[in-house]
Design a protein around this ligand. Structure first.
Ligand SMILES: [Fe+2]
Length: 299
């Protein structure tokens, strides 16, 4: 196995070379990849010119796929890609750029807020694998923030305040933040609320991290303005430059991140003029997160 990881940021993120995603990985490669994800939380794999089928096939070796259902405004028949792929592009099903005022474009601008993928689902995502197929000439970086380092840097009083809190996540909350409230009754009823712990423990390492996301809009038992104030404070803390890595995409990069240990956001680019074709497979979480009042032994 020619598998090598070189750390590229002071606190997290590795560049992984010596693997070809077009081939089925060996058991040792899968184990090393999971171990690398636990350690680095984000892995950058350069020069992986995969097809959709190859990306899907490789992703299945890392766990069960989460299907791209219920997380967008598009109905199944309007989608450009198969249900195994979340479409993170600015393109419609005819591969044309979304018009400036297209609802799908407005909705997708929510991806420019710091978030964790699928935190609005009862079973939030484990890994996301994003493949860069077409890139704009400028902008469109993806930034990642290490939620473990952010948790570790909190003082003891703040940790005591937040350790047992439960947040409510919904696509309605993240879209409210960008002023997108043009949702039909049907869409509103599809965008349900999921309860997630504000502090989560990594199932293998036991390391604690903040589970923040733009989808989080309420804290159970708290008034909303007070909850939003705390969530905003924690998000600003967690996304200070020392915890953030900005990935400048190269064609055929594939980046894998752990949504349980990081947040991410897309940076601005001229999305009405240039295509940015990014395709994501998502590995489902192992189950619903344990909520604090059901857990035992939490300090
Ligand atoms: Fe995302």
């Amino acid at each position: 196995m020619g598998f090598q990881i070189r750390q590229v940021h002071p606190v997290f993120v590795g560049e992984l070379t010596g693997i070809d995603l077009r081939r089925p990985p060996g058991e040792d490669e899968v184990a090393a990849l999971h171990a690398g994800m636990q350690r680095y939380a984000v892995l950058v794999l350069p020069n992986q010119a995969v097809t959709d089928e190859e990306q899907i096939a490789f992703s299945r070796h890392l766990g069960e796929l989460e299907l791209a259902v219920g997380g967008t405004l598009q109905k199944s028949e309007e989608k450009r890609l198969k249900l195994e792929l979340a479409d993170a592009s600015n393109l419609d099903r005819h591969n044309k750029l979304f018009a400036r005022n297209d609802r799908n474009r407005m909705y997708s601008l929510g991806n420019r807020l710091w978030h964790s993928d699928s935190s609005f689902r009862p079973i939030p995502a484990k890994y996301s694998l994003l493949s860069a197929r077409t890139l704009p000439s400028a902008g469109g970086n993806t930034e990642f923030a290490d939620m473990r380092a952010a948790y570790d840097a909190l003082d003891a009083d703040m940790k005591a305040l937040i350790n047992d809190l439960v947040c409510e996540h919904s696509l309605v909350y993240s879209r409210q933040q960008i002023g997108f409230d043009d949702l039909s009754h049907e869409e509103r009823s599809m965008f349900t609320v999921a309860r997630q712990p504000l502090v989560r423990k990594h199932p293998w390492s036991g390391r604690q991290s903040l589970f923040l996301s733009a989808h989080a809009g309420a804290i159970v038992g708290w008034e909303k303005p007070e909850a939003r104030d705390l969530l905003r404070h924690l998000t600003e803390h967690a996304t200070q430059r020392e915890f953030v890595y900005a990935h400048a995409w190269r064609l055929n990069d594939l980046v894998i991140w752990d949504n349980r240990q990081t947040m991410h956001r897309v940076c601005r680019f001229d999305d009405t003029r240039e295509p940015r074709d990014m395709r994501r497979t998502t590995i489902a979480g192992d189950g619903p997160e344990t909520l604090p009042h059901h857990s035992s032994g939490r300090a």
